[in-house]
Design a protein around this ligand. Structure first.
Ligand SMILES: NC(=O)c1ccc[n+]([C@@H]2O[C@H](COP(=O)([O-])OP(=O)(O)OC[C@H]3O[C@@H](n4cnc5c(N)ncnc54)[C@H](OP(=O)(O)O)[C@@H]3O)[C@@H](O)[C@H]2O)c1
Length: 362
């Protein structure tokens, strides 16, 4: 067995992928032992590269005017020990995670479509990783690298049982309900959040709660509950009439959100409560939606776009373990991807090293 460093592939050159390449180059220049980036791809093409040409490859791909190119994807096979970073939101790529793991490559992902959708796909990912002794790095999928998934896994590895999880898992919805004051229309805050880049370009993608559904599914599965995404009860903030509108008609119709939310706010205010968009898991059931929380509730605090997650377990029974911090944004997401790459690369290099030494000693 050779001790060659794993080869690193990046799929996705958008907001997160670009920061990833930048951070990789910076850390590499500072002597951090990161595997070399050997190729970068987006939906329009593929470029081989090395440590010195990665930034140029990124820029070329970003500027490409080529049409969508699915050919490289259908032809590409990753090798044993390679690390594939998925910085896309692509269903096509997520559908291949299990295959790559089965082929012997490790997968590190910011995309929630691998573990946060169907039970079959999640089980295929786990089975492929277990059979092929490969690793699936998912720190960037929930909380953008906040130690939430890691804490759930470490608590259980230490014999703890998870009783419940509740959290503010969306940076954009956190921002909206940290700012909404019941005096100015909610639609104005939605426009402000969209213009600041806190929401998706179409804010309905956030307000629908679908992204939060995927996150609570990922957390539930990490907590040992084989939750089906379809079983999560999601109370969307988007009325049916607004959901049905074409994107270009959305802005003018946003005020249809206002009256219902003004009333919810006023009622919560009268009761000394605050509105938060919460995902909950308890007794194997999950739900997502707007809740009025008492002011002293562990999730009632929080500022800006911070995520905040409370975990109740045997150990944290009366008072939950609360993890809070920036849970959105390209910088922290790319950092979480790099952390997973470093962890996998260090683990696989040291196990290969042990293997070579055991063989030499035999
Ligand atoms: N942005 C954030 O702050 C943030 C925070 C947390 C998690 N995330 C997650 O991180 C992921 C990336 O987000 P982003 O904001 O960087 O998205 P983005 O700016 O839209 O970039 C997505 C990239 O994926 C590429 N892509 C799409 N389909 C592909 C395919 N079949 N093969 C190869 N590349 C493909 C796109 O290629 P083209 O350029 O050719 O279209 C694009 O470069 C998403 O899963 C998102 O949910 C993002």
């Amino acid at each position: 067995m050779s001790l060659a460093a794993p080869r690193l592939y990046l799929l996705g050159t958008g907001t997160v992928g670009s920061v990833f390449v930048d951070r990789h180059a910076r850390l590499h220049a500072n002597g951090v032992a990161l595997p070399p980036l050997v190729a970068i791809a987006n939906a329009r093409g593929w470029r081989d590269c090395d440590a010195t040409s990665a930034c140029d490859a990124l820029q070329t791909l970003r500027a490409s005017t080529s049409p969508r190119d699915a050919v490289w994807l259908s032809r590409t096979r990753f090798g044993h020990g390679d690390i594939v970073v998925d910085a896309s939101a692509s269903e096509d790529l997520a559908a291949r995670h299990a295959q790559w793991l089965g082929d012997g490559a490790h997968v590190v992902t910011a995309c929630k479509l691998g573990q946060g959708t169907s039970l079959d796909r999640w089980q295929a990912i786990r089975a492929a990783a277990a059979t092929s002794h490969t690793q699936y790095g998912d720190s960037a999928t929930v909380g953008a690298g906040l130690p939430v998934l890691r804490s759930l896994r470490e608590l259980q590895a230490g014999g703890d049982r998870i009783h419940a999880i509740a959290g503010v898992l969306s940076g954009s919805l956190a921002w909206l309900f940290n700012h909404f004051d019941g005096k100015r229309p909610f639609s104005g805050f939605v426009r402000e959040a969209r213009d600041a880049g806190y929401t998706e370009p179409d804010p309905r993608d956030d307000l629908s709660g679908e992204d939060v559904r995927r996150k609570i599914v990922i957390l539930a599965r990490a907590a040992g509950v084989a939750l089906d995404a379809a079983r999560v009860q999601v109370d969307s903030l988007v009325p049916d009439a607004l959901a049905a509108l074409p994107a270009e008609a959305l802005d003018a119709a946003l005020p249809t959100l206002d009256e219902a939310l003004r009333l919810r706010y006023a009622e919560a205010y009268r009761n000394g409560e605050v509105l938060k968009f919460i995902a909950r898991l308890q007794n194997g059931e999950a739900r997502v939606g707007l809740e009025a929380l008492p002011a002293d509730h562990p999730l009632a605090a929080g500022a800006g776009t911070d995520n905040r997650v409370a975990i109740w377990s045997d150990r944290y029974c009366d008072q939950p373990l609360v993890i809070q911090g920036p849970g959105a944004g390209a910088e922290v997401t790319a950092a979480a991807l790099i952390d997973d790459v470093l962890r996998i690369s260090a683990a696989t290099t040291s196990s290969a090293f042990d293997h070579v030494h055991r063989q030499a000693a035999a």
